[in-house]
Every structure is written in structure tokens, then in C-alpha cells.
Design a protein around this ligand. Structure first.
Ligand code: AMP
Ligand code: MG
Length: 470
């Protein structure tokens, strides 16, 4: 049974300047590892044999109606501008409008070399594919905007990294793969017609109410402010907030060396390539403003007199810190059981975080315990906690009502680093049971009772650094 999808491709109808048309490079022995049936149903994908799914999701066969292409983009990587990146190992198969009326991209990641591959092989290995699968689906279950995982396949080919590793392809779904870097490439090249066309396209696709380039900027800033506040509220560190990894839709994208905090410290960095801590946990709200300033700069280039619009653009970007602060307060207020937190409540959040940092308390478990009236046990310095809790009790009107709200704001489980590494090691050895178990617990993060997966890592289990390991 072949696999069909109701493709309706708009990006492929844009001029050739936006992409390179290309078919995926077939792989030796495609094997389906996992298919996200619930998501496939939303997308309107047909039922199909496992063989047909393996063929489509590894790039061996291109379904009818798809128009595979590699998208062009640029980007600031760790602050330095790279004038041309592009999909170096991914292909957009096309778009579908789902049963929910939402238009989404279906993309293969690890599908072979493209004109944008530079020195890369165009491939991915199993580890990062499963990591992205697990973490992106976990983010979705947490209610945080994200690209999603539709399928993972093995290619039957060896991938050469530091060692020889099993090749894999991730099928990724996103409301679009437009990035800040997509605007940057045309702005940098002075291609104003393309920049205008891209702006119109992004408005129509994502923010139809937005009025012109500055309207678009305002909407993206808002979406990204909310997104970063949501990340902060679950202890998520993206790790590579380069402008090419920053979406126009406001979805989290490109899960590389990302990780969730175990023991809380605001300066936490996991990525081994982030030497200066540019993308540290507490720096994310500042970096997203910097990224939006790059988007603003690019958008300005389409005006006949860009200078005349600088003040308007600046005002929009400068509004972001207050937006992030407000979204942060809303999120962390809910974690303390406050439906309508005031600016004074921010100090109470900060006091708790400072206590947690002093003791290296586990971020997720502390907030989960707080939501169940058991937080005192999480602290070594009970007196310090009691002092804080006294003020907190005085602030929340009713503890039961507060706890109900807190239990919806603080997950019981996040994809912990050591569990992901464990899961990958097992999968490479052919054992997918840890993957299945992680997926099951993470699908219901506010209610799961998988005590073992909820537990913080021991000193020996702790994974202090993550690698891009693409
Ligand atoms: P990332 O760090 O995964 O967001 O990728 C940054 C850039 O490097 C993008 O243009 C990717 O397409 C490209 N890239 C990453 N890994 C590979 C690879 N194995 N082969 C070709 N290009 C790659
Ligand atoms: Mg990227």
C-alpha cells in the first residue's frame, strides 16, 4: 500500500531564487523505526505498509505531489554572519493542510547532500535523530510551540563521524521552516524583490493580520518572547540560538545540543561548542532580542528609505524585554500558583530560584514537589525554605487552588540528558525499549508516575556536556 499525502506546495511556487530543487538521495536499506500515527492523521497521510512508510521517510521514494527542495538561508552563528547556509542535509518534501486547517511543512532531515552541504555529508546518524524525535515531541506535550517528529528511519548506511555510526533520517513537521536567516540571505545580497516577496509570503502564511514588514516584525517578536519564556519555565536550554535556528512561526527548531536543566543554576550551559556561554540558560531572553534585531535589520532593507523606518523597528524590538518579562512572570507565577502575578511576585520567584541555585536543587522536581506540597524535603536548608514558604503562603489565598494551577504549570518529567544518552546508546545496540518508555512517560508530562524517569541524575549519571554530533 503506497503512502499518499494531500500535498499543496506553496514554497515550491516561489521563484527559484528561494531554493534548489532536488530529490533525496536513495539509501541502501530503509527501515522504519517509528511513525507518529496521531500526527500523520492530522496531516491527512494515508495508511500505508511499513515498507512504503520506510521508503518515503528515508527518501527512497518520493510520494506523488511532493516537490522536494533544499531551502536557502543565511545566519548569524555565535554572533558571526555566515552569508550562506541553507538546507545542507534536509529537503522540504512539501506542505499539507491538516484536518485542523493548519498548513505544515513535511521535511526530511538527513536525506543526502545538497548544494548547501559545504563540507558536510548531508546525512544524520541515529543519535541526533532520536534525540530530536524525543525532545521535540516532549516539548509538544509540554504545550510549547515546536517542530514535530513524524517518523524516524534507519538508512542501512554507515555514517562516519568520530566513529562509524548508523545512518538515520528524521521526518520533521513544522508550521514552516522560515527562519530569521531566510530573510537575512536576501537582505544581505540586496535582493529587495525577493525580500519583499518573502515578507508577503510569511505574512500570508503565519500572520495574515499583520500590516507590512513592521507588522510582521511585531508578531514574530511577540511569538518569540512567549516561546523563550516558555523554555525558561521548564528549564530548557536550546544551545544554538543562531539566527538560522530561529523561526518566523515562533516554533522551537533544530534540536542539537539542547538540554534541560537538572540541578538549577542560571548560568548553565551544556553545549560543548558554546565556550563563552552565549546561549546559557539565563542569556536566552537577551539573545532572542538580539536575534529579532537581526530580523528587523533585514526587513528594513526592503524600504526605499530604510533609515526612515529605523525608529519604528527599534521601538518594536525594544518592547521585547518587557514582553519577555511579562510572559516569564505569567509562567513562573503559575508555577507558584498565582493566576495573576504582579511585578512584586517576580521577587518571590527570584528568591526561590536563588535558594534552589544555592543548593543545586533539581529544577523540575522542586517545582513538582512544590505543586504537591512536598517541596520542603527538597531543601537541605529547611529554615531558608520555611522563611520563603511563609511569605508564599501569605500570598496565595488558598493552597488547594494554588496547587491545582501549579500542577498544570510544572511538569513532573522532562527529557533528562542522562536518559536521552542512555536511550541513544541502547538504540545503537538495537534495543528500542528505553526509547518507547521515554516517549510514553513524556507524552503525559503533567501526570506521569514513572518514578525512575522522574528522578534527578546521581553525580555519576549526570551528563555535563552535550555535543552537536550532527
Ligand atoms: P545545524 O547546526 O544543524 O542547525 O546546521 C547548521 C548548518 O549546517 C545548516 O546549513 C545545516 O544544513 C548544515 N549541516 C549540518 N550538518 C550537516 C551535514 N552532516 N551535512 C551537510 N550539512 C550539514
Ligand atoms: Mg539549523
Amino acid at each position: 500500500m503506497t503512502l499518499t499525502a494531500p500535498f499543496d506546495n506553496t514554497y515550491a511556487r516561489l521563484p527559484a531564487a528561494f531554493y534548489t530543487r532536488l530529490d533525496p538521495k536513495p539509501v541502501k536499506a530503509p527501515q522504519l523505526l517509528v511513525y507518529n500515527e496521531a500526527l500523520g492523521d492530522i496531516l491527512g497521510l494515508s495508511a500505508a505498509s511499513e515498507e512504503a512508510q520506510a521508503a518515503v521517510f528515508s527518501g527512497v521514494s518520493v510520494p506523488e505531489g511532493a516537490s522536494p527542495l533544499a531551502q536557502l538561508y543565511a545566519g548569524h552563528q555565535f554572533g558571526s554572519f555566515n552569508p550562506q547556509l541553507g538546507d545542507g542535509r534536509a529537503l522540504l518534501l512539501g506542505e499539507v493542510v491538516g484536518t485542523d486547517g493548519i498548513r505544515r511543512d513535511i521535511q526530511l532531515k538527513g536525506s543526502g547532500p545538497t548544494p548547501y552541504s559545504r563540507m558536510g555529508d548531508g546525512r544524520a546518524w541515529l543519535g541526533p535523530v532520536l534525540r530530536e524525535y524525543v525532545v521535540s515531541e516532549a516539548m509538544h506535550a509540554l504545550g510549547i510551540p515546536t517542530t514535530r517528529a513524524l517518523a524516524a528511519t534507519l538508512t542501512g548506511e554507515d555514517i562516519i563521524r568520530e566513529t562509524v555510526l548508523p545512518g538515520a533520517v528524521l521526518t520533521r513537521v513544522a508550521q514552516s521552516h522560515l527562519r530569521v536567516g531566510t530573510f537575512q540571505v536576501f537582505a544581505h545580497r540586496g535582493q529587495r524583490a525577493e525580500l519583499k516577496q518573502l515578507t508577503d509570503y510569511a505574512i500570508e502564511r503565519h500572520y495574515p493580520e499583520a500590516d507590512g514588514p513592521m507588522g510582521l516584525l511585531r508578531e514574530v517578536c511577540k511569538a518569540q518572547a512567549d516561546l523563550v519564556a516558555a523554555w525558561m519555565s521548564v528549564g530548557f536550554i536550546h544551545g544554538v540560538m543562531n539566527t538560522d535556528n530561529c523561526t518566523i512561526s515562533g516554533e522551537t527548531i533544530d534540536y542539537g545540543p539542547c538540554a534541560f536543566i537538572d540541578d538549577y543554576h542560571s548560568d548553565t550551559v551544556f553545549s560543548s561548542i558554546d565556550q563563552t556561554g552565549r546561549y546559557a540558560y539565563s542569556n536566552q531572553p537577551r539573545i532572542i532580542v538580539w536575534n529579532m534585531a537581526q530580523l528587523a535589520t533585514s526587513l528594513l532593507q526592503q524600504y526605499d528609505d530604510p533609515q526612515s523606518m529605523v525608529a519604528a523597528a527599534t521601538e518594536i524590538v525594544h518592547a521585547m524585554p518587557a514582553q519577555i518579562e511579562a510572559a516569564w512572570l505569567k509562567r513562573f507565577g503559575a508555577k507558584l500558583g498565582l493566576a495573576n502575578p504582579t511585578p512584586e511576585d517576580a521577587a518571590m520567584v527570584e528568591r526561590l530560584l536563588a535558594l534552589m541555585q544555592e543548593e543545586g536543587a533539581d529544577f523540575t522536581n522542586t517545582f513538582d514537589a512544590l505543586a504537591r506540597g512536598e517541596a520542603r524535603d527538597q531543601f537541605l536548608d529547611r529554615d531558608a525554605f520555611d522563611l520563603w514558604a511563609k511569605d508564599w503562603r501569605a500570598r496565595v489565598a488558598d493552597e488547594d487552588t494554588a496547587q491545582a494551577l501549579m500542577q498544570q504549570a510544572s511538569p513532573r518529567i522532562i527529557p533528562r540528558n542522562h536518559r536521552i544518552e542512555e536511550m541513544i546508546a541502547a538504540a545503537v545496540a538495537g534495543d528500542y525499549a528505553p526509547f518507547e518508555r521515554l516517549m510514553q512517560a513524556l507524552a503525559d508530562p503533567f501526570n506521569t508516575d514513572d518514578a525512575e524517569l522522574m528522578r534527578a541524575p546521581t553525580k555519576e549519571q549526570r551528563v555535563p556536556a552535550t555535543f552537536c554530533g550532527t
